[in-house]
Write a new protein. Structure first.
Length: 258
């Protein structure tokens, strides 16, 4: 169970140079949720995706290290969003007009693996949030936000009092919700600064938004053995072990996430 959950909670990163395939893949019963994407070049080729041209030719052209394409996110959403896996060849033709001809580019994608079926609950500041699952099911937290998001919340309309629509979020909301609710049939918590701290300026009304799923309680759940390829240590966290763990060892999953 902890292996399955740790894969779901993980933020994945993958990359591919021009002329290479990028492959995204999520575990069983989850789908790809694209978080962000970049296509272009912002570091020299000796640091990432070396030039394919001979060195003598490469010196004749000035490499553009301030090159980016604004359509990369939409392209990734079109190709991979809500699919369990996707794979395609990376080249500039996929993204429209080439902003820096002659410069080798690369694609970096950040994504998560979202459960196929999930629930969302919101509690306004100082209200109690209650989560529960049916008998033989337990709570698996996917994400948690306490603060104020740019789009706001329909359930908790803001009284701005002339304040600008700024975004502020607690850095510990996810860890706290995992500690309080993970692996339980039901749980409750107050959406208060006492629990989560205050990530916003005084006077800004906040809310708690939790996305979770109810999963079966058998001690072992299926976990894919295949994981997205790891990058170097500066770009990708160490891969998650796919070993199964007993449900009673849920604290180990929490320790990994934190």
């Amino acid at each position: 169970f902890s292996g399955y959950i740790s894969q779901v909670l993980k933020n994945y990163t993958d990359h591919a140079c021009d002329g290479e395939y990028v492959s995204l893949r999520c575990p069983h019963r989850t789908t790809i949720s694209i978080q962000s994407s970049f296509y272009g070049r912002i570091v020299p080729s000796h640091q990432m995706c070396p030039s394919r041209y001979p060195h003598s030719y490469a010196t004749l052209i000035k490499e553009d290290v301030a090159c980016s394409v604004g359509t990369s996110l939409q392209k990734m959403l079109d190709e991979c969003q809500d699919r369990r896996s996707c794979r395609f060849l990376v080249n500039s033709r996929l993204f429209g007009a080439d902003p820096c001809p002659g410069t080798g580019k690369y694609l970096i994608v950040w994504y998560k693996c979202r459960p196929n079926e999930y629930k969302s609950k919101v509690a306004c500041e100082d209200d109690k949030l209650r989560l529960s699952c049916k008998k033989s099911m337990v709570i698996a937290i996917y994400s948690a936000i306490f603060g104020r998001t740019q789009g706001g919340s329909l359930e908790c309309p803001y009284q701005t009092l002339g304040m600008p629509m700024i975004e502020c979020q607690s850095a510990t909301a996810l860890q706290l919700m995992i500690k309080r609710c993970h692996g339980k049939r039901s749980c409750s918590i107050y959406a208060s600064t006492y629990e989560f701290g205050d990530p916003c300026y005084p006077g800004i009304r906040k809310h708690l938004n939790v996305i979770y799923t109810c999963d079966n309680t058998p001690f072992l759940l299926p976990v894919d053995e295949t994981q997205p390829p790891a990058l170097n240590s500066s770009m990708e966290p160490v891969g998650v072990s796919t070993e199964m763990a007993l449900l009673s060892n849920i604290l180990a999953a929490y320790a990994f996430v934190t």
